[in-house]
Each structure stands twice: as structure tokens, then as C-alpha cells.
Design a protein around this ligand. Structure first.
Ligand code: MLT
Length: 238
């Protein structure tokens, strides 16, 4: 389990990177693809997002920008998964830039395989890892501007726990992963309560995003695996 800020450019990238940003980027990504978005294209820079998306017909694109939990002016929406309804996203490309989640995606975009995980699609990620059995897996918590994230770490534990039997020593020998599994075990039946205590959860509550927290706290509500097909572009794995 890594937290984005720890990653350095010289890090030897893993066979498979699982980017996690439960509040809210990877929940939004899974929700948008489940609702029929053609793809989600992630940008760490909003200006680049606006520049690239300009080349798309307005009815084929949706610009989602968030900084500090708030929508970015000039975008069509912020980063609420609740906005990603079929009516809104069907057949469109979601151009997404968020404070941390899209930066985490950029950090690992050169890995052979990049997928995204959240509570809502946790089991899809587990099943993929069990089937593919990649040599090395990084569970990358996006965190918040260089700080540890409770919800992302707990989600990493939610993904790692079912893999314990298959991976055995590899996981048991990794303190960060063992801690994440323990954190999830402590909160798995009270995720919303944990979100209310988490720093970013409190930030979102302060912005009246209670419904987002309730939505993001749901576990395994759909079976979808966002996978990177080209740098920064995530599609629903079929
Ligand atoms: C992030 O990138 O840190 C989050 O997705 C921010 C948010 O949507 O609240």
C-alpha cells in the first residue's frame, strides 16, 4: 500500500497499479463508466483538460473539475458521482481533473496495468487481481495533498483482505498492507461513520456533500473495472 506523495519518479513501477480515491475520484470513475460513459480521461492539470476537451463536440464530452472539494469554474460539473447519471454521461467522455485522484493516476500511468478501485467496485478489483495474479501490485491511496487518507487506506485493506489466502507471506510481510487490512476490519460495517471522522470527509460535509459520502460508502454496488487503455484514459473492462 502506497500513498501517492511517497511515490518518487525513480520508483520501479509495479505490474499492476490500483489507484484508490474513495472520496471521490475513483468512485466517480466507476459510476460514470457504469452509467455508460465512453471513457474517463484523467488530467492532473485543468488547463490541459480544457485544451484537450475543446477538440471534442460539446455533446460528446463532459468536463469535470474539482479542487479542494469544489467544482472548478469553466467545467460542466465538479467531482460528484451523483451527477454521473446515464442521462448525463451516456456515450460521452468524462474529462476529469481532481485534487489528488487524477494526480495519483498520472504518477503510475507508465505501469503495464492501471486500474481504479473504490468501495463501490471493490469486488471487481479483487476478482481481477485473483484472475490475473500480477507479479507486483501497488494499492495506491490518493491521500490529500501529501497526507494520509483513512478512507483510501481502508479501501486498500478491503481489496487486500480477500487476497491474503492467495498471496500469504507477500501480504503478511508488508506492514502497510497488514495495517490497511486491520483498518478496514475495524470500520467495514461503519464506513460512513469513518468518513465523518476522516479529514476529507469533514471537508466534504462542510461543503454540504453528505449525500456523496453516503454514496461513496456503499460496498460492491456494481461490477465494473475501470482499466487504463492509454495514458490517462480509463474504460470499462469487458
Ligand atoms: C481528490 O482527488 O482528492 C478527490 O477526488 C477530491 C474530491 O472529489 O472531493
Amino acid at each position: 500500500v502506497y500513498h501517492t506523495p511517497e511515490l518518487t519518479p525513480t520508483d520501479h513501477l509495479p505490474a499492476c497499479a490500483v489507484v484508490i480515491d474513495v472520496l471521490r475520484a475513483t468512485t466517480t470513475i466507476a459510476t460514470a463508466l457504469n452509467a455508460g460513459a465512453e471513457a474517463v480521461q484523467a488530467f492532473s492539470n485543468v488547463d490541459k483538460l480544457l485544451q484537450v476537451s475543446e477538440q471534442w463536440d460539446a455533446e460528446k464530452r463532459l468536463r469535470a473539475g474539482e479542487r479542494g472539494g469544489k467544482a472548478v469554474p469553466g467545467c460542466d460539473m465538479g467531482n460528484s458521482p451523483l451527477v454521473c447519471t446515464p442521462e448525463k454521461v451516456q456515450g460521452r467522455r468524462l474529462f476529469l481533473s481532481t485534487t489528488n485522484g487524477t494526480r495519483a493516476l498520472q504518477r503510475v500511468e507508465d505501469s503495464p496495468t492501471v486500474i481504479t478501485g473504490a468501495q463501490v467496485n471493490r469486488q471487481s478489483v479483487v476478482r481481477y487481481l485473483q484472475a490475473q495474479q500480477p507479479e507486483t501490485v501497488w494499492l495506491v491511496g490518493s491521500g490529500w495533498e501529501g497526507t494520509f487518507s483513512l478512507e483510501d487506506t481502508a479501501c486498500a485493506g478491503a481489496i487486500a483482505q480477500p487476497l491474503l489466502e492467495a498471496c500469504g507471506d507477500e501480504i503478511v510481510g508488508n506492514d502497510e498492507t497488514v495495517d490497511a487490512i486491520a483498518l478496514y476490519a475495524q470500520w467495514q460495517d461503519r464506513l460512513l461513520e469513518m468518513f465523518y471522522q476522516a479529514s476529507h470527509g469533514k471537508r466534504l460535509l462542510g461543503l454540504n456533500n453528505t449525500a456523496d459520502l453516503e454514496y461513496c460508502a456503499q460496498t460492491d454496488i456494481f461490477d465494473i473495472l475501470p482499466v487504463q487503455t492509454e495514458k490517462g484514459v480509463l474504460v470499462k473492462q469487458v
